[in-house]
Write a protein that binds this ligand. Structure first.
Ligand SMILES: C[S@@+](CC[C@H](N)C(=O)[O-])C[C@H]1O[C@@H](n2cnc3c(N)ncnc32)[C@H](O)[C@@H]1O
Length: 482
């Protein structure tokens, strides 16, 4: 008897790909009765989509997952390491993109994208649509330093002990931790006893990734909560001004003024940027551009460089490079790599990039995660100020996410499309850039941009687009004088 897997308007059809389905649904798991009741079960209340998708869509997603999981296993096998257990509190060998090969990184993007696409396809849509609570829970445990209290406690702690240590009410805390454990952050090792695991270790206050989680679930989420009100506000909803974004509406001033006023949040923000670099891969930049081909004493100006953590990685990798980090005076911080500062290969020079021109005649003006903070008009101001400092051979390198559409279309540059039937931008596998885009909207009316957006910005600042280089999840967009 052919396997019947499709229903349209109450009729049953044998599907042409029934052999694949035969393999997936073992006859032993479905009795004749259950097949009959499935095929003859009356349809629920119409109207609903009676056409559906080809089942190959599901099995193709499954094949992508199977093949990507195979890649992951063989990459671990190649270094003689087992795939870390979720319950482990030790770092895994491929936890950051810096440690993983591009093949491994791509496989993870496929797994994340395909699993989410498969779940969204087959689960009730309400399952996928309802979730704000996770961020609230993450904010609670991060600010209460729960992971710190669980450090070196492999058997975990009872919530009553965690309550004494953190000052949070025990029952409420247990529910927060259980919610997180349900999505694999912390383990509930016995009823009401929680232990750290692979994910919750990232929330340690000593881990810059924890600072990033604290930063996004605190002031960023406060702004995000008011994003809908801001967008619907008749006076400011269409404004592109940073002063009219959700953040100043809720927190009373712009982001960087806020960090000057709230020093502890400003310090956390600086650490968060380091954490973001770790999650997205801090050495991707080193591999993304032909730095080693640049001549001795090539001078890079790290505009809005914060504590200089990105270009300091470059200086460590390429001894012929020199860097000048320029940022608002309050932000510059030289503690992390005192050795390169001592060797005079790195200098820190204050700059307000709206009102001043950076150090003149540098070979490269590097802007990492700076333009995404600002609407187009402000970006053009920054780029025009840099243009005033450039010599004929200078280049500008804009380092940001380069977003793609979520539909297949001709892509400018050499941007890669995900294999079908994944969304062309890898969907959940690359969602971080799209999250950051919304974060920038709420914070500054800023944005992550597509390559066309960047080329357009460059044109408006009288700069010529040279090329785009992929740098892990992000891209380096190169401009020169026209
Ligand atoms: C999102 S952070 C990026 C920091 C660093 N480039 C990185 O990739 O981690 C943006 C930086 O722009 C700096 N910034 C903001 N306004 C500025 C201004 N008017 N002049 C110079 N730097 C500014 C901030 O202090 C902050 O360090």
């Amino acid at each position: 008897m052919p396997t019947v897997i499709h229903q349209t308007n109450g009729e049953s059809h044998a599907h042409p790909k029934s052999t694949v389905i035969d393999k997936l649904i073992k006859p032993s798991t479905l009795s004749e009765d259950s097949i009959t009741s499935f095929t003859t079960r009356p349809l629920p209340n119409p109207p609903f989509d009676a056409t559906g998708i080809d089942t190959a869509h599901l099995t193709d997603l499954l094949s992508l997952i199977t093949s990507a999981v195979g890649t992951v296993i063989s990459e671990y096998n190649a270094i003689g390491h087992r795939v870390p257990a979720l319950s482990s509190t030790l770092p895994g060998p491929f936890d950051t993109p810096d440690q993983a090969s591009p093949t491994f990184t791509k496989a993870i993007q496929v797994i994340e994208g395909a699993c989410a696409q498969l779940c969204a396809t087959v689960a009730g849509p309400g399952h996928t649509m309802i979730n704000y609570e996770e961020s609230a829970c993450l904010q609670i445990v991060t600010s209460a330093k729960i992971s710190d209290y669980l450090l070196d406690k492999p058997d975990g702690l009872h919530v009553s002990d965690l309550s004494l240590l953190s000052g949070l009410e025990a029952d409420k805390l247990s529910r927060v931790l259980r919610r997180l454990a349900t999505v694999h952050c912390y383990c509930e090792v016995k009823p009401n006893v929680f232990a750290n695991n692979r994910l919750s270790m990232k929330l340690l206050s000593s881990d810059p990734v924890g600072s990033y989680v604290g930063h996004v679930t605190d002031e960023c989420m406060k702004a995000g909560t008011y994003l809908a009100d801001t967008l619907q506000d008749l006076e400011v909803g269409h404004s592109q001004s940073p002063d009219k974004a959700a953040f100043p509406r809720v927190l009373g001033c712009g982001v960087f003024d806020y960090y000057t006023k709230h020093k502890e949040h400003g310090d956390r923000f600086n650490k968060a940027m380091v954490g973001w670099g770790r999650v997205t891969g801090k050495t991707a930049l080193v591999k993304a551009y032909p730095w080693s081909e640049l001549p001795k004493d090539t001078l890079i100006c790290d505009v809005g460089g914060g504590n200089g953590h990105r270009t300091l990685e470059l200086v460590k990798a390429s001894p012929q490079l020199m860097v000048v980090v320029q940022d608002l005076e309050a932000t510059l911080w030289t503690k992390e790599y005192p050795e390169v500062v001592k060797e005079d290969r790195v200098a820190f020079v204050p700059l307000d990039f709206f009102n001043g021109v950076p150090v003149k005649d540098c070979d490269i003006y590097y802007l990492s995660h700076v333009l995404h903070d600002w609407p187009d008009a402000e970006c053009i101001k920054i780029l025009c100020n840099i243009r005033k400092a450039m010599k004929a051979t200078s280049r500008i390198l804009v380092h940001d996410y380069v977003l793609q559409h979520a539909v297949r279309t001709d892509m400018p540059g050499n941007q890669e499309l995900a294999p079908e039937p994944l969304l062309p931008n890898y969907g959940a596998g690359k969602v971080r850039g799209y999250n950051l885009d919304l974060n920038m909207m709420a914070a500054f009316n800023g944005k992550e941009r597509t390559l066309d957006d960047f080329i357009n910005l460059g044109n408006r600042a009288d700069l010529r687009f040279v090329r785009m280089c992929e740098s892990g999840e992000t891209g380096l967009v190169e401009f020169c004088l026209p």
